[in-house]
Write a protein that binds this ligand. Structure first.
Ligand code: GDP
Ligand code: MG
Length: 457
């Protein structure tokens, strides 16, 4: 019988976790670069997409399994500042991220953003593994550069192994408290409900081969359908930014299909649909990340899955977190424009019809959607009467101010990870509009909750 050739694309993997758990360093270690030390204050400032080609993965994992069959072309890993790019990797409310790595610092255990990431992953139904990072910080750890984890463990003293087990146990208990079963990956035979834990060090590289091999094998074994390449373009805008020499560009993740130079595209914009033509398609060099080199490789065409920077005219009002459509030769332009705006309209529809509620502002459509989802599922009912994307300006304060006469406690802006202009603040003070801002959803929610409870008392 003729065998069906599997045509798989690279899985898209988000890396999430608490700040300082080592997300960027882990990617650095795999890449063999040093982005982490180049970052301002060590904080991830920009979204990055790194493509790890299969041949590099094979090289890095040969000690574990020399003949591993890699059916995917590689892995596309997205490092997220906060959860922004995770939430922007969306399409019509579903997630485009195929799998995720939730990074936990073994010395610190679960932290607030670990839990927030966990909840996001579960709400969006994204499969993930836990990287238990910084094992080299266990007291007395004997380094063994880039070694598989079990091999390394056998070289450690009894005390190190004891401390490891104690800390592993603590993390497992903390996950249990969140309703999650977890187990060391090589003991986890079921792999169903129980999440695999992969111990690693981003500094000395122990456990990195395990991590890479596990991700690839897991993806190609359990996600064949999802990873089967299709021609229809599926592409989402992660970020809109100015790049010297290229003007305003959009960073996108191409999940399926091919993009070509000269393609006519339509993108969702804050002032309506944007129709434009792809001037250049730029990618970082393989194994490099978009933000590292600053120089990009131009392409005539790019096939999914890949992170791409697109330069084109008129992109300044493009909204991150929305789909990018390619207009086919036989496609109706008006239809395409309408489709492009559907993304934002579906979120608009979540606004409370009563006309009473708070005003919610976020940096991107994806993060706005995540916040709205959270508000909807929270125990305290918070109706939303208006939404905005981008920095808070005077016009937003005016809109929120409408509630002063309807329901005073809702004359409030919940600003999620956005800047607030000085004039906006001034106006808010003058009008009596309250602004709550934070860069994590649940902190923002807690601030508002205690305010509302304070009023009720
Ligand atoms: P991120 O905020 O999650 O991206 O964390 P970073 O990658 O910026 O790392 C935060 C800090 O932890 C930096 O000082 C890193 O050098 C350090 N770090 C990250 N991974 C490890 C590790 O495996 N071992 C040790 N000892 N330090 C680490
Ligand atoms: Mg980082």
């Amino acid at each position: 019988a003729k065998e069906v050739e599997e045509n798989l694309r690279s899985p898209i993997c988000c890396i999430m976790g608490h700040v300082d758990s080592g997300k960027t360093k882990l990617l650095d270690c795999i890449r063999g670069t040093n982005v982490q030390e180049g970052e301002a204050g060590g904080i991830t400032q920009q979204i990055g997409a790194t493509f790890f080609p299969a041949e590099n993965i094979r090289e890095r994992t040969k000690e574990l399994q020399a003949n591993a069959k890699l059916k995917v072309p590689g892995i596309l890993v997205i490092d997220t500042p906060g959860h922004e790019s995770f939430t922007n990797l969306r399409s019509r409310g579903s997630n485009l991220c195929d799998l995720a790595i939730l990074v936990v610092d073994i010395m610190r255990g679960l932290e607030p953003q670990t839990i927030e990431s966990l909840n996001l992953l579960r709400r969006r139904n994204v499969k993930f593994i836990i990287a238990l990072n910084k094992v080299d910080r266990l007291y007395g750890w004997e380094k063994s550069k880039n070694a598989p984890i079990r091999k390394t463990m056998m070289q450690q003293t009894g005390d190190v192994v004891k401390e490891f087990k104690m800390r592993l146990n603590r993390v497992q208990n903390q996950f249990q408290e969140q309703g999650l079963n977890s187990m060391l990956y090589y003991k986890n035979r079921e792999m169903g409900e129980t999440i695999s834990i992969l111990p690693a060090s981003a500094i000395s590289g122990e456990g990195i081969p395990d991590l890479l091999l596990f991700l690839v094998q897991w993806a190609q074994k359990t996600m064949v359908e999802k990873l089967t390449y299709v021609d229809k373009v599926q592409c989402t805008v992660l970020e809109v930014k100015v790049i010297e020499g290229h003007g305003i560009t959009v960073d996108v993740v191409l999940v399926n299909g091919v993009l070509r130079e000269g393609d006519q595209i339509v993108v969702c914009g804050s002032q309506g649909p944007i129709v434009t033509t792809i001037r250049s398609l730029l990618t970082p060099y393989p194994m490099n990340e978009m933000r590292v080199t600053g120089t990009y490789m131009p392409h005539r065409e790019v096939k999914a899955a890949q992170g791409i920077k697109i330069a084109a005219q008129g992109l300044e009002h493009a909204i991150a977190g929305t789909a990018l459509h390619v207009i086919g030769p036989n496609e109706d332009m008006e239809e395409a424009k309408k489709n492009a705006m559907e993304d934002i309209e579906s979120v608009m529809n979540r606004i409370d019809k009563s006309g009473e509620g708070v005003y919610v502002q976020a940096s991107t459509l994806g993060s706005l959607e995540a916040l709205l989802e959270f508000l909807k599922s929270s125990d305290v009912k918070i109706p939303v009467s208006g939404i905005g994307i981008g920095p808070v300006h005077k016009k937003d304060i005016m809109k929120a101010g409408v509630m002063l006469e309807k329901k005073k406690e809702f004359a409030t802006i919940l600003a999620f990870d956005v800047k607030i202009s000085a004039e906006a603040r001034e106006l808010a003070d003058k009008m009596g509009v309250k602004i709550f801002c934070d860069d994590t959803i649940y902190c923002l929610f807690d601030k508002f909750k205690s305010y509302i409870e304070g009023i009720k008392e």
